[in-house]
Each structure stands twice: as structure tokens, then as C-alpha cells.
Design a protein around this ligand. Structure first.
Ligand code: SAH
Ligand code: SF4
Length: 349
């Protein structure tokens, strides 16, 4: 079965040409998919009935089935648990901000192969890559939800389940697709890709000449500590990672964000703060400090406010700007992979 959101516009033109349909029909179809975001092929009223019938018979419009929708108590975060056609579960989150930004946090894989010890998705292991369509459809779903409320999706972050640079080709096509003016029209500067630090892919990504924001999950500033939290560090240690980051900054002219999940007694010490300060000094960057979201497979806990403030103050001594990120939607398990973990544990699916 052909999944419509897997197709590029050129693929769509080729498919319809093979059905002896003119190219403008493909453009109409594109419009129904990306501008109208219709819920059913039957709603594509500018297409002739025979063409709609054939699309219904031979293609599939939606491959994500929402099986749970959760709203945070503050109303600013919504989380969907979605079932794919083969039964895999993924998560998509919408985050609203007081300044009007509306951000979709999307998944790039079912599970993840990187095994970071504190991450609920990492604790599940890897199931499979998502297709372009399965990733794009998450954005369509959130965008349609917002449009029904008279709002518009402004940002997309690849920070849901999975390691986006492990699913490189699909993710790159997704970025291009989101960017298309005759589609979702989300500017590259409004897209953030977060990676655990796959060095060859970061270097390759730097060559694509994109304006996408890059976020690096750092979490520790010495190789011993980082390898204990993020097994990938054994393959690409800090100096190699930082060298790739410098290349990305030079090529893109954009600052990098480093993510740091603060874990009490682990990486929230003055010693780690100084090590981080020395590591990043002089680099065009910003640090996001995220108090750990506790998960069932890891014993760590978030530090208290005083320790977070002390950590931040030390970074300031090195001229490094940082922001403490509130844990959004903590009451709905909006942390990466947590809703799926909960559903699996309680046998809901
Ligand atoms: N695989 C990518 C993107 C998805 S994870 C990556 O690792 O960057 C998005 C972010 O959430 C990463 O910075 C990750 O380290 C962080 N994260 C994962 N589990 C977390 C937890 N339990 N508490 C706080 N941050 C967490
Ligand atoms: Fe994968 Fe990112 Fe979780 Fe690490 S933090 S296991 S890379 S999703």
C-alpha cells in the first residue's frame, strides 16, 4: 500500500502520470494533503471521483492512529500516543508558550538504539526507523489540531523518540518537506534537531548547508562520566564531538545548543560545571539545563533549585549562557518515551 505522506511532489507527479493523470492533479493532491490536511480522501473534492476511488483503493492517507491524547493540567502541553500500521507505538507532543510559539516535538524512530541510561526510549531498545511519511504526519496532526483552534504551528523539534541522525536520509527529507513553501512552510530556523552526538552524521549534516538549529545532548563534560550515561560516547568521545560541533558552527554560522539533564549528585556538581565551562569556553553556544525527568529504569533524581542555580552561576563565570528548562507536561509523562513505557507496562495496548 502506498502511503501518501511518504511521497515527494515529484513522486506524486510520477505516480499519477503512471495512472495517466496530468501533473496538475498531483499538485491538487499535494494541496489537499499539506494545505487542507484533510481527514479523508473523499474530502478531496477537486479530484474526479474515479481518481479518488483509485486513491482509496491503492493508497493510504493516514498511518498514525491516535490511541491516547493527554492534556497537561496547565493546558499548555498535549501529548499523543500514536499507533503505526504495524502496531508500533510512538509519541508526539505539542507545547504552547506564552509568547505564542506552538512547537511540535516529533519522533524519528520507534524506540532508540543509543541506550542512554536515563532515557525511557533508550530503555526500550530499538524497534525500527520511521518512514518520511510517518514523521511528516506527526506534524500534520499537530498542525491540523492547532488550525482547528485558529492557531498556527510555528516550530518543530526533532526531540521525541529516537535518534534523528541515525535515521538520516528520512529526517533530511522531512526537513525539506516541512520547509516547502507550498506545504507546511516552516522555516529552517524554526526547526531544531537534537542528537546524542553521532559525529560522522553531524559532519555530513554540516555539509547540507541548512539553517536548522542543532542541539547536542551533552550531559557530561568528561569522557568517563559521559560514557557511563551515554554509551555512544565510547565510539565518539568528547573531543571528536566538539570538533564536529565547531565545524557545524563554522559552516552554518549558527550557535549550537547543548542539552544537560541535571541529575542530583551525578552531573550537577561544581566540578562538572567547571569541566563544562572549560570545554565550551569560546564556542558560539548556549546550554539548556533540564532537571532530570525520573524514569522507571534509572535511579537518578533531579537536583533542587539551589544546586541548579549554583551550576548556572559557574557556567556564567566562563561566559556561557544557560537557560533552565521547565519540565513540560510532567503530569502527563511528556518526557521522551515515558507515555509509551507506561502504556506497555500497564498492558493498555
Ligand atoms: N535522540 C536525540 C533526541 C531525542 S531525546 C537526543 O538524544 O538528543 C531529547 C532530549 O531529551 C535529549 O537531550 C535527551 O538526552 C533528553 N532526555 C532523555 N531522557 C530524559 C530524562 N529522563 N530527563 C531529562 N532529559 C531527558
Ligand atoms: Fe535515544 Fe536520545 Fe533517548 Fe539517547 S536520549 S536513548 S539518543 S532518544
Amino acid at each position: 500500500m502506498i502511503r501518501l505522506y511518504d511521497l515527494s511532489l515529484d513522486d506524486m507527479i510520477a505516480l499519477l502520470a503512471s495512472w495517466e493523470q496530468p501533473a496538475y492533479r498531483a499538485r491538487q493532491l499535494w494541496h489537499w494533503l499539506y494545505s487542507q490536511k484533510v481527514a479523508a480522501i473523499a474530502q478531496m473534492t477537486t479530484l474526479p471521483t474515479e481518481l479518488r476511488d483509485r486513491l482509496v483503493a491503492e493508497t493510504c492517507l493516514h498511518s498514525l492512529e491516535p490511541i491516547k491524547v493527554l492534556h497537561s493540567s496547565d493546558g499548555l502541553t498535549i501529548k499523543w500516543l500514536l499507533r503505526l500500521t504495524d502496531g508500533q507505538l510512538i509519541e508526539t507532543v505539542l507545547m504552547g508558550y506564552a509568547d505564542g510559539r506552538r512547537t511540535a516535538c516529533i519522533s524519528s524512530q520507534a524506540g532508540c538504539a543509543m541506550g542512554c541510561v536515563f532515557c525511557a526510549t533508550g530503555q526500550m531498545g530499538f524497534s525500527r526507523h520511521l518512514s518520511v511519511g510517518e514523521i511528516v504526519e506527526q506534524v500534520i496532526l499537530v498542525s491540523r489540531w492547532l488550525e482547528e483552534l485558529g492557531e498556527r504551528l510555528s516550530n518543530v523539534v526533532l526531540m521525541g523518540m529516537g535518534e534523528p541522525l541515525h535515521n538520516y536520509e528520512a529526517v533530511l527529507e522531512v526537513i525539506r518537506r516541512l520547509n516547502q513553501p507550498e506545504g507546511l512552510n516552516i522555516g529552517q530556523r524554526h526547526i531544531t534537531l537534537s542528537t546524542v552526538g553521532l559525529v560522522p552524521q553531524i559532519r555530513r549534516f554540516a555539509e547540507e548547508n541548512l539553517q536548522v538549529k542543532l542541539a547536542i545532548s551533552l550531559h557530561a563534560a568528561t569522557d568517563a562520566e559521559r560514557s557511563a550515561l551515554l554509551p555512544v560516547n565510547r565510539r565518539w568521545p568528547l573531543q571528536e564531538l566538539l570538533a564536529a560541533c565547531r565545524t557545524y558552527i563554522e559552516k552554518s554560522g549558527r550557535r549550537i545548543t547543548f542539552e544537560w539533564a541535571l541529575i542530583s549528585g551525578e552531573n550537577d556538581t561544581a566540578e562538572q560545571a567547571h569541566a563544562l565551562g572549560s570545554l565550551l569556553q569560546g564556542l558560539l553556544c548556549h546550554v539548556n539545563l533540564i532537571p532530570l525527568n525520573p524514569t522507571s529504569g534509572y535511579a537518578g533524581a533531579p537536583p533542587d533549585h539551589a544546586r541548579v542555580a549554583a551550576f548556572q552561576a559557574i557556567l556564567g563565570q566562563y561566559g556561557i549562557g544557560s537557560t533552565v528548562r521547565v519540565r513540560r507536561g510532567i503530569d502527563i509523562n511528556a518526557g521522551c518515551g515515558q507515555l509509551k513505557a507506561e502504556a506497555l507496562q500497564s498492558g493498555e495496548t
